[in-house]
Ligand binder design. Structure first.
Ligand code: FAD
Length: 400
C-alpha cells in the first residue's frame, strides 16, 4: 500500500490553515509551521465573496461560517462630496440568486479561530520562522530545526521566504495605496443620511468614492461592529514598518473635502485605534512550482485590496491544491495541474486589482469593473473558465 504523503505548509494564515483542512480531508498527513508564537489576525474585517464561501461549504463548514459572518443587505457607493448614490445593489438575496452562495463579512480573528479549530493542535507548529526551503522538499527554521516532506507549500504571505528561496529576493512593490483600518460599535454610527433624504443602516455595506480613494464600511461580529477600511492614494511609503500607529488628525487631513457623514463616523472611533498600513503587492509570477515546492495565497499572488478578493483567492488555491494532489497518483502531475488551473485565474485578479485602484481615482467616478467572473467561480467543481470570458462590465453588488 502506498505511504501517506506528508505535506508541510509554511505559514498559518487563512490560506495555510484552509489548505491544511482541505488536504487532511483528502487523507494527506499535514503539518503547519507558523512563525508567530500564536495564531493571530489583525482586529479588522474581511469580506468573503461567494466564491470563498463555496469552498467552506464543500469543506462542511458553512454552518459555522454563518454563525460568525454577517451578510450585508445593500451595497451603497456614495459620492465623496455630496453623499449622493453612485451605485447600489442587493448583497443578500442578489448574491445567492446570482452566484449560488452568500457574501459574508467576518472579523478576521473570528475567522482564523474558526478554521484553526478544524485541525488538530498536533498539526500546528508555532514559533517556527522559516529561513529557507530546498526544492527537494525540506525547510529550515530560525530555531535550528529542519523538516522534510513530500511537498512543501509556501503559504507565508506577501513577504514569503519560500518565494525568495525559489525565485530570489525581490522587494515587494508599493502600490501607491496607504490605508487606515478601524472599527467602532454600530450604535456610534449616528449620522446615516444620504442622497435625497434616504438613510442607510449598519446592516448595509457603505462606500464613499472620491479621487483620493475609497472608504469601505461594513458590519462584522454579528452586526455589532462597523468595520472601516480607508484605501487612500499616498506618496511613496518610506516607513520601515507596514503597520504604524496613526491619529484621527492624520486621517481627517487625508480625507479633507469628503462628506461630513463619513467624517462624523471617523470622530466616533477610539483615537488609539487608528493604524496605518502601506499596501504592497508583487508582479504575477510565470510559475509557482519548483521541484517539491509550490506557493499559495499572498506568497504566490499578492494584490491590492481593491477587489476584496486576496483571501478568497488564497482559499480557492487551498481547495484546488488538495483536489489536484488527490486526483493524481504522481504528485508532480498534481502540482502541475494546480499551477495550470490557478495561475492564470489569480494573475487576472492581480491585474484587475491594480487597475481598480486607478479606476477609483477617476473624476467623475467610474463604475467598478465587474467581479462577477470571480464570484461565479466554483473551485470545488471546476477549473476556472478561460481568461477571455470577461462577463458583464458592472459589478453585481453595485448596480446604478
Ligand atoms: C487592508 C486590507 C484589506 C483586505 N481585505 C480583504 C477582503 O475583504 N477580502 C479578501 O478576500 N481579501 C482581503 N485582503 C487580502 C487578504 O488579507 C490576503 O490576501 C490574505 O490574508 C492572504 O492570506 P495568506 O494566508 O496567503 O497570507 P497571510 O494572511 O499573510 O498569512 C501568512 C502567514 O505566514 C506567516 N509567515 C510569514 N513569514 C513566515 C516565515 N518565514 N515562516 C513561517 N511563517 C511565516 C505569517 O505570520 C502569517 O501567519 C485585504 C488585504 C489588506 C491589506
Amino acid at each position: 500500500m502506498a505511504r501517506t504523503r506528508r505535506i508541510a505548509l509554511i505559514g498559518g494564515g487563512i490560506g495555510g490553515i484552509t489548505a491544511a483542512i482541505a488536504l487532511r480531508q483528502r487523507g494527506f498527513e499535514v503539518s503547519v509551521h507558523e512563525q508567530s508564537p500564536e495564531l493571530a489576525e489583525v482586529g479588522a474585517g474581511l469580506q468573503l465573496g461567494p466564491n470563498a464561501v463555496k469552498v467552506y461549504r464543500a469543506l462542511g463548514m458553512e454552518d459555522d461560517l454563518r454563525k460568525i459572518g454577517g451578510q450585508p443587505v445593500n451595497a451603497l457607493t456614495l459620492n465623496w462630496t455630496d453623499n449622493t448614490p453612485l451605485a447600489r445593489g442587493n448583497m443578500r438575496d442578489g448574491m445567492i440568486a446570482q452566484f449560488g452562495a452568500p457574501y459574508y463579512n467576518v472579523h478576521r480573528a473570528d475567522m482564523l479561530h474558526l478554521i484553526a479549530r478544524a485541525i488538530p493542535e498536533s498539526c500546528l507548529h508555532l514559533g517556527k520562522r522559516c529561513l529557507g526551503v530546498n526544492a527537494k522538499g525540506s525547510a529550515r527554521f530560525a530555531d535550528g530545526s529542519e523538516i522534510e516532506a513530500d511537498i512543501v507549500i509556501g503559504s507565508d504571505g506577501v513577504r514569503s521566504m519560500v518565494r525568495t528561496s525559489l525565485f530570489g529576493a525581490e522587494a515587494p512593490r508599493y502600490t501607491g495605496m496607504e490605508c487606515w483600518r478601524a472599527t467602532l460599535p454600530v450604535e456610534k454610527v449616528t449620522q446615516r443620511g444620504f442622497g435625497n433624504g434616504e438613510t442607510f443602516t449598519t446592516d448595509d455595506a457603505v462606500n464613499w468614492l472620491g479621487p483620493m480613494g475609497r472608504v469601505v464600511c461594513y458590519p462584522i461580529s454579528g452586526g455589532k461592529i462597523f468595520n472601516i477600511f480607508c484605501g487612500h492614494v499616498g506618496a511613496q511609503w518610506t516607513d520601515e514598518s507596514w503597520t504604524i500607529p496613526s491619529s484621527l488628525d492624520e486621517v481627517l487631513a487625508a480625507y479633507q473635502g469628503y462628506h461630513e457623514t463619513m467624517l462624523a463616523m471617523f470622530h466616533q472611533v477610539d483615537p488609539r485605534q487608528w493604524f496605518k498600513w502601506g499596501v504592497f503587492d508583487r508582479d504575477p509570477l510565470p510559475r509557482w512550482n519548483v521541484g517539491h515546492v509550490t506557493l499559495l495565497g499572498d506568497a504566490a499572488h499578492p494584490m491590492p485590496p481593491t477587489l476584496a478578493q486576496g483571501a478568497a483567492m488564497a482559499i480557492e488555491d487551498a481547495y484546488a491544491l488538495a483536489r489536484c494532489l488527490a486526483e493524481r497518483d504522481d504528485m508532480h502531475e498534481g502540482l502541475r495541474q494546480y499551477e495550470a488551473e490557478r495561475l492564470p485565474h489569480t494573475t487576472r485578479a492581480q491585474l484587475q486589482a491594480r487597475e481598480q485602484f486607478e479606476l477609483n481615482q477617476s473624476v467623475p467616478p467610474k463604475p467598478r469593473a465587474s467581479r462577477d467572473w470571480m464570484f461565479a467561480h466554483d473551485v470545488t467543481r471546476t477549473a476556472p473558465p478561460s481568461a477571455e470570458s470577461t462577463g458583464k462590465h458592472y459589478d453585481s453588488g453595485e448596480e446604478v
